[in-house]
Design a protein around this ligand. Structure first.
Ligand code: ADP
Length: 707
């Protein structure tokens, strides 16, 4: 089907042509024929790169041109949300007879952004949508189109339940919005479609064909029974397979089971890849490598990355900070990085395909079981989805490296059917969180209406009603016993504490822990105790467990700061994240965090983000519990965590452009407050280390604004 044949305004057709679209891909055509442009609810279950974004665009445009109402696009991941935001932003240039406004919002769950409702298109994470519904934003009733991306994540232990609840609530809205759900190919897509009241468009079509295979002792056997040999070397099969695919401009992603392995694989590939680089590529990569060194503290990880990038290889894992990750992703996209070794996080996130994907190991360490476990077929298929770059490759290949068990692996993964998506909503954690939020937003709800609502979830359609009822009763009893919910007759109402917990977007378990701990404090001076409280709460993420050598560190810390504790704790009650966070607010640099505690800049970044949210929640609960005397200390601690500074620098970091490093340098030079900054001449400020004329000028301008 040609773009011109679509029932959309001519200005849109022109726009799509300029974007390079001529005709629809097969799944796109099927979706249009299923009634996408007539407002039908549709679940598209199709492989990665089969063009689901254009399907979303067509639905958006149709909705906008008919001025039906607000559009929300929901993503499970922030990175994906921002990718789509950039894509959809282009639509605002089309003349649709009105000024189309678009906004992205993915952070700060309990901040009610009043201006959000002024937009036509909202790009949100599932959690943000959930939080907006909890806060009772009125514009939710004006939603006319919901685009839910990656809905196969409904089965994910962590992120699935929120997506499930959000979709249940949205489909029950009186405005009955159109639902467009986008999913990878899943076995029970029909069941998910039935639940969502969607028509199912299922497709196995790919823009570049995918061939799957297994490597076993020097031989790769592909799906079509073709075999080929791989010359083995001391670099090992995953790297040899990667190198083999680089002919004629190919690239490879090597999936590794751990961070350390991803670094090791990239390192092993480095020398061989450097030999095939063109001179121009080498020069550009050298510049990129230098930029990484200029922009980041020189931890071992950063130095290793910079060294590898020079040779056209890189690794990608959660230890890298966002700056390094962006560089790696963009150098891979522009094809200068030839081999990328990555932990599986990359498969779920950004769109980064390669001609060959090598799965170096199909087992993963599972902390719950304390042992390695085989990955699911669904996860394997997700990894395969990265194979084949549409613009550059005629085909994509996904090859599993087996451990002399090639036949079994082949049969299980390649011939296997992905596991069906199963709801995780009745897990203890998910249920207490979502029950509280539901009761909070439906004051006075009857017991049977709670059951009725939950029976409309996916779980309600997959589980026996009696099982669901049983789980709900247990959870309600817990919420009641902890004072989050009250029962009057057969009706339920959330207490102020319960409502606060729900809008703060924290687990009731965290809220109860915070409340009980706050009751034990009456004076200030509890820095270590508060950090322990945050890092040991259910919501803290990421938690790193103690290594043998950390026990001594933590023992000393507890001993030296015993007077700051809220209650007695031992080393066994602590984790490594507490050590790192404590060092961070004492201005430890990234090198020492990495060397001493094995905490990388990307980890610290995420810890700061979660701590900021949790300390804010703690502040709000303290306020509710009338612990006003603790508020200033919590305020100070929040700034210290956000910037990684001692208390004496708080005034200086208020100025834009002054972070922990510049603030400390200024302080050492006798400039200790914003008043000192205001009184120093701009020329003198410019001469200071790490300042310069531009920053000095910016500091002065910002000072004028805030004083
Ligand atoms: P998915 O969301 O299914 O993973 P995308 O929507 O990202 O896939 O599409 C993958 C690539 O295919 C993108 O680069 C996109 O521009 C391109 N593409 C999608 N539809 C078409 C089409 N009809 N014609 C040409 N290119 C297309």
């Amino acid at each position: 089907m040609k773009i011109e044949q679509l029932d959309i305004p001519t200005s849109v057709i022109e726009f799509l042509k300029i974007q390079g679209y001529v005709s629809l891909y097969q799944p796109q055509e099927k979706t249009v024929k299923a009634g996408l442009l007539e407002g039908k609810n549709i679940l598209v279950s199709a492989p990665t790169a089969s063009g689901k974004t254009l399907i979303a665009i067509l639905a958006i445009i149709k909705n906008l041109s008919e001025k039906r109402g607000k559009i929300v696009y929901l993503s499970p991941l922030k990175a994906l949300a921002s990718e789509k935001f950039n894509e959809f932003k282009k639509l605002t240039s089309i003349d649709l007879g009105k000024n189309v406004k678009i906004q992205i919002s993915t952070g700060d769950f309990d901040v009610s952004d009043r201006n959000l409702g002024n937009n036509d298109i909202l790009v949100l994470t599932n959690e943000k949508m959930d939080s907006i519904i909890r806060q009772g934003a009125e514009w939710v009733d004006e939603i006319s189109l919901v685009i839910a991306d990656e809905v196969h994540l409904l089965g994910d232990d962590d992120r699935g339940p929120t997506l499930e609840i959000v979709l249940t609530k949205l489909k029950l809205l009186p405005s009955k919005p159109q639902i467009l759900a986008l999913s990878a190919t899943v076995t029970n897509a029909d069941e998910i479609a039935d639940w969502l009241e969607c028509k199912l468009v299922h497709s196995e079509w790919r823009p570049v064909p995918l061939f799957e295979g297994v490597y076993d002792q020097g031989i790769v056997t592909m799906q079509d029974n073709k075999t080929f040999e791989i010359k083995t070397s001391i670099r090992g099969p995953p790297v040899d397979l990667g190198l083999d695919s680089l002919k004629n401009g190919g690239q490879a992603i090597l999936f590794a089971e751990t961070r350390a392995r991803s670094v090791a694989l990239a390192t092993k590939a480095s020398e061989a890849v450097s030999k095939i680089l063109q001179n121009e590529e080498k020069e550009q990569l050298a510049e990129t490598s230098q930029k990484i060194l200029d922009d980041n503290e020189h931890t071992d990880l950063v130095k290793t990355l910079a060294g590898l990038i020079k040779n056209g290889v890189a690794f990608h894992h959660a230890g890298l900070n966002p700056n390094c990750r962006d560089v790696v992703e963009s150098e891979f996209r522009n094809k200068r990085i030839k081999i990328l070794a990555s932990t599986p996080t990359l498969a779920a996130g950004v769109n980064l395909p390669a001609r060959r994907v090598v799965i170096s190991n199909v087992t993963r360490y599972d902390a719950k079981y304390g042992a390695n476990k085989p990955i699911s077929i669904l996860e394997y298929k997700q990894l395969c989805g990265r194979a084949g770059r549409p613009q550059y490759d005629k085909y994509g290949e996904a090859i599993i490296v087996s451990n002399s068990n090639g036949e079994e692996i082949f049969d299980y993964y390649i011939n296997g059917t992905p596991e069906p998506i199963l709801s995780k909503l009745t897990g203890d954690k998910a249920l207490r969180i979502h029950l509280l939020s539901f009761v909070s937003t439906s004051p006075g709800i009857k017991g049977e209406d709670i059951i009725d609502f939950f029976s409309k979830t996916l779980s309600g359609s997959q589980e026996r009603k009696s099982t669901m009822k049983f789980h709900i009763q247990i959870s309600l009893r817990y919420l009641e016993s902890e004072g989050l919910v009250q029962q009057k007759g057969n009706r339920y109402i959330a207490t102020d504490f319960g409502k606060k917990t729900s809008t703060l977007y924290i687990d009731p378990l965290t809220a109860v822990l915070f409340k009980k701990s706050l009751e034990k404090i009456s004076t200030s001076g509890h820095t270590l105790g508060l950090l322990h409280l945050i890092t040991s709460s259910e919501d803290f993420f990421p938690k790193f467990s103690l290594r043998n050598k950390d026990y001594e560190y933590i023992g000393t810390l507890i001993e030296n700061h015993a007077d700051e504790l809220i209650e007695h704790i031992s080393e066994y009650d602590c984790n490594r994240s507490l050590l790192a966070l404590r060092a961070w607010i004492d201005e430890s640099n990234e090198i020492s965090l990495s060397d001493n505690y094995g905490i990388e800049s990307g980890d610290m970044h995420r810890m700061v983000e979660t701590s900021d949210w949790l300390i804010h929640a703690l502040y709000e609960i303290a306020k509710l519990e009338r612990k006003d005397s603790l508020l200033p200390e919590l305020d100070v601690l929040r700034s210290r965590i956000l910037y990684g500074i001692k208390e004496e620098l708080i005034d200086l970091v208020r100025i834009k452009g002054i972070g922990r490093i510049r603030a400390r340098l200024l302080f050492k030079n006798g400039i200790k407050t914003t008043a000192d900054l205001a009184s120093i001449p701009v020329e003198k400020l410019a001469k200071m280390d790490k300042i310069g004329p531009v920053i000095a000028e910016n500091i002065k301008t910002h000072l004028k604004k805030i004083r």
